[in-house]
Design a protein around this ligand. Sequence first.
Ligand code: DC
Length: 222
Amino acid sequence: MAYSIAIDGPAGAGKSTIAKAVSQRLKFVYIDTGAMYRTIGLFAVRRGIAPDDEAAVVSVLDEADVTIGYLDGKQQVYLNGENVSDLIRTPAAGDAASKVSAIPAVRVKMVELQQKLAEKENVVMDGRDIGTVVLPNATLKIFLTASAETRAMRRYLELCAKGQEVTFEEILADQLERDERDMNRAASPLKQADDAILLDSSEMGIDEVCDAIVSMFEDVIR
Ligand code: DC
């Protein structure tokens, strides 16, 4: 049976940075599930559909083929064969993702894909419902969080480094709205699994968080 590490938490908690680092240390495959919801968000927007129009999104969902691949060890996401990995990294795509991810049919499709990916390989998977729904039997479950300001500042710096023109206030407001929606939706809301370990990374560096997770994993499998 393959090992799996589930990392859930709110937007900007550092999940992807940490999950990537842990996967490199353990030589596991990293799976970024947010990228999949972002791709469906992009698909809806391209079709001229409001991402929160459930009936309209569901009516075209079969036409969205989302697949995952790896280039130089980095996860790539494809929408009907087109590599959209960079296009989905905007605040607008994050907002669309948060809206389409509240639609149960979208979640069913994405969860199926995620479970298939984790069947044969050792994985580190990050998202909102990995420990609660996608991998309920994960070897280790982490709920990674940080203060709202810390998270917004990290996202802000990340987007600035990519040359995007954004303000801190805009990122913080966006994030609060997204957290609110992700935590309060009916379908698989963001919440800590009963058996997940809470890690607050506000005052911790990347290496420190990564070391903590690797050592917890080693303890579990020992
Ligand atoms: O992690 P992220 O910012 O790329 O995720 C984008 C949105 O997708 C987020 O607002 C909530 C949703 N999401 C989800 O509902 N379930 C997941 N497993 C991953 C992301």
